[in-house]
Ligand binder design. Structure first.
Ligand code: NAP
Length: 309
């Protein structure tokens, strides 16, 4: 491999423009050399309608970054791995657990790196929260993850289709933090999924979970939140209380705001990805995706009024 890791990015949409392009540009060992997107092109770079064309006709690349919706992730990842490329998966890493397991096996067989990114795990307060929980065992965890879908996901029809996750698209970020900071397995006990009559994926969900040592965890996900938005995890440990707010970027312990580094989720993920590639390793944790899959498996379905963007 060349000194610099040459990247081809697939799915030039909101998250690719907002986060991936600046994070790649800021990393000295990474260079974006091509883009594959059906309806978009990045200025000054070779662009292709799809990944196959980029691999066939484009400049040499070492790794492929997949930023499309989850329904398209598996086929593209498989193509990239079969072509011998390292792969960076946006979250969620796939539409099903088994397809990601197949990708893990394929990456191993191909001798390339596979990274299932969970950006919220890199939020500024998460490492300190994890250390606090190790010293202060949680007695109850409450997750409130409520946002206005019309503001954050305008026109994203894929999110409402099967495999698009609905409110679990942001909710899985909370579950990725949860499964990072709690140092024991978490299982789903019960779920209620509320789905608009004209959609295939839920607009709201409540989850009851438990740690392996039987401590309760409750989560409320809602896409209908107007006004203040909530991306908060509240941990009660006997008389002590931790609040991880703003998607993991603000930390308060016993009412006292803690000093955190500034937000750098995507730069930190790209630094990790570069290390994985250099070391010939993979990093794929399925725990957040399993909890979502379990919620879809055993959740009680409720129908609600039709949703119009
Ligand atoms: P998006 O802008 O709606 O989609 C990204 C791009 O994927 C689109 O511009 C489109 O490009 C392509 N695409 C759309 N539907 C497709 C389909 N059915 N098959 C193949 N390609 C398709 O979505 P996004 O917000 O960037 O999210 C993409 C992924 O990143 C999701 O998994 C999401 O969970 C994750 N993510 C999003 C955010 C965020 O704040 N938005 C944050 C973190 C992670 P072309 O039409 O040009 O091919």
């Amino acid at each position: 491999m060349s000194q610099v890791i040459r990247l081809g990015l697939v799915g030039l949409g909101k998250i690719a423009r907002d986060q991936h392009l600046p994070a790649i540009a800021a990393h000295p060992d990474l260079e974006l050399v091509a883009v594959a997107s059906r309806n978009a092109c990045a200025e000054g770079l070779p662009y292709f309608a799809d990944l196959e064309a980029m691999l066939r006709e484009g400049p040499a690349i070492d790794a492929v970054i997949l930023c499309q919706p989850p329904q398209a992730r598996y086929a593209a990842a498989r193509t990239a791995l079969l072509a011998g490329k390292h792969v960076f998966l946006e979250k969620p890493p796939g539409a099903t657990v088994t397809e990601v397991e197949a990708l893990i096996a394929l990456a191993k067989a191909q001798g390339v790196s596979l990274f299932a990114s969970w950006h919220s795990r890199y939020a500024a307060g998460v490492a300190a929260a994890k250390a606090w929980l190790a010293a202060n065992p949680p007695r109850h965890i409450q997750i409130n993850w409520k946002e206005d879908v019309r503001h954050w996901h305008p026109g994203q029809t894929w999110i409402w289709q099967a495999g698009g996750f609905g409110v679990f698209d942001p909710g899985i970020n909370a579950l990725s933090i949860l499964t990072e900071i709690v140092d024991e397995p978490v299982r789903l006990v019960r779920a209620h999924l509320t789905t608009p009559s004209n959609c295939q994926a839920p607009i709201a969900a409540t989850l009851a979970m438990q740690t392996a040592s039987d401590q309760p965890i409750d989560a409320e996900f809602d896409f209908r939140q107007t006004g203040p938005q909530s991306w908060d995890i509240i941990v009660q440990s006997d008389a002590r209380r931790l609040v991880l707010g703003h998607g993991g970027n603000v930390l308060t312990i016993d009412g006292v705001a803690q000093t955190c580094d500034s937000e750098a989720e995507y730069p930190l993920m790209y630094a990790h990805f570069a290390q994985l590639v250099r070391a010939g390793q993979s990093d794929v944790d399925l725990a957040p995706l399993r909890l979502v899959a379990d919620a879809f498996l055993c959740g009680e379905p409720y129908s609600t009024e039709a949703f119009h963007d």
